[in-house]
Design a protein around this ligand. Structure first.
Ligand code: UD1
Length: 338
């Protein structure tokens, strides 16, 4: 079975390609290398012993997308990761985000709707819930107005897929990720942010390795146990496996609705200080950090109710926070040749 993975050389995409290949799927990757590198292919091959087909292609070029599907007539299942994901950048460059995240989605769906049967898995985000009223967050929590163009592209993306699936042969699963961290335990692939990391865990590991002076903890006065924000940090390998399970559900026609939505998290919230403590424990070193003002747009707390994913997909996370952080640290050390 041939599966198209867009953004398959990126952080979550590459880990999902590994899990797909381990399960015997034939993978075709499209990636424009805007936030990834062809080197990632070597890591995928080192882990799985199999080389996926790779095409450097920019999904914003509609004719290139059409041409791809003319050459790969047997592709009717897509896991769609390719998108821009920096919240701050999306505020500065909204049109870039609407073009990257929405136009590309439309071009893919235009191809899929021509198939007699098609499957689509979409990378969505818990950001669609904003600051939810109740914790943990289940899939029926209200969708809040997006706080950034990035968040808006996830909401609009979900709506577009839902509208199209209703009137076509496309069956879709929307996966709302909480906070993916970590790397493959082999350290052959991992997260490699370009420039200064915006996300917590890569900033921690880059600080510990000496690339950054100290971590700024954004806000110490939130209404939480220790005053810092709470998130649900999920190991990227667990997250990748959820994509395989979701795909199999669609391929085996086990889905109850044409569009289904699942939260993907661990179900446990951790504060920023708890993440720092976990890092200090696994790395056996102190981390330089200071508490500074809150970051604009941050919510106080978000962690997942995992009942639906567990009961319907039969999927649960396996890794602990410490294991996830240890894998991120191992990767950082490998990348910097330490
Ligand atoms: C954000 C987005 C999410 C997106 C994800 C990946 C929102 C609400 N969430 O998640 O949609 O999918 O990025 O790009 O826009 N922190 C620090 N110091 C740092 C960095 C982060 O203290 O240097 C804190 C933050 O305040 C937050 C936590 O660490 O409490 C996690 O931050 P981050 O990794 O950026 O993820 P989110 O903001 O949760």
């Amino acid at each position: 079975m041939k599966i198209l993975v867009t953004g398959g050389l990126g952080f979550i995409g590459s880990h999902t390609v590994v899990e797909l290949q381990n399960e015997g799927f034939e993978v075709v990757i499209i990636d424009n290398l805007s936030n990834s590198s062809e080197e990632v292919l070597k890591g995928i091959v080192a882990i799985t012993g199999k080389t996926p087909v790779f095409e450097k292609l920019d999904l914003r070029e509609k004719t290139s997308v059409q041409d791809f599907f003319k050459r790969h007539t047997d592709v009717a299942s897509i896991i769609h990761f390719a998108a821009s994901k920096a919240v701050g950048e999306s505020v500065e460059k909204p049109l870039l985000y609407y073009e990257n995240n929405i136009n590309t989605l439309i071009y893919l769906l235009q191809e899929l709707e021509q198939k007699p049967e098609a499957h689509f898995i979409f990378s969505s985000s818990c950001t669609v819930y904003g600051q939810a009223e109740t914790m943990p967050i289940n899939e029926n929590a209200p969708i809040k107005p997006a706080m950034s163009p990035y968040g808006n592209t996830k909401q609009i993306g979900e709506e577009i897929i839902t509208d199209v699936a209703k009137v076509s042969n496309i069956n879709a699963i929307l996966l709302r990720y909480f906070n993916p961290i970590g790397s493959h335990p082999s350290a052959e692939i991992g997260e490699l942010p370009i420039g200064v990391p915006q996300n917590l865990v890569p900033f921690i590991t880059q600080t510990a390795i000496g690339l950054r002076k100290e971590l700024s903890v954004y806000g110490g006065d939130y209404p939480t146990n220790d005053g810092t924000c709470i998130r649900d940090y999920i190991h990227v390998v667990d997250l990748a496996k959820a994509h395989v399970v979701a795909l199999q559900r669609l391929l085996n026609c086990q889905n109850v609705d044409k569009i289904e939505t699942f939260n993907l998290g661990t179900g446990t919230g951790s504060s920023v200080l708890e993440v720092i403590n976990a890092f200090e424990k696994v790395s056996e070193q102190k981390l330089a950090y200071k508490i500074v003002d809150r970051r604009e747009g941050d919510i106080t707390s978000a962690f997942a109710n995992t009942d639906k994913a567990s009961n319907i997909l039969g999927w649960k996370t396996q890794s602990t926070l410490e294991e996830a952080i240890a894998s991120a640290w191992k990767w950082e050390q490998k990348v910097r040749n330490v």
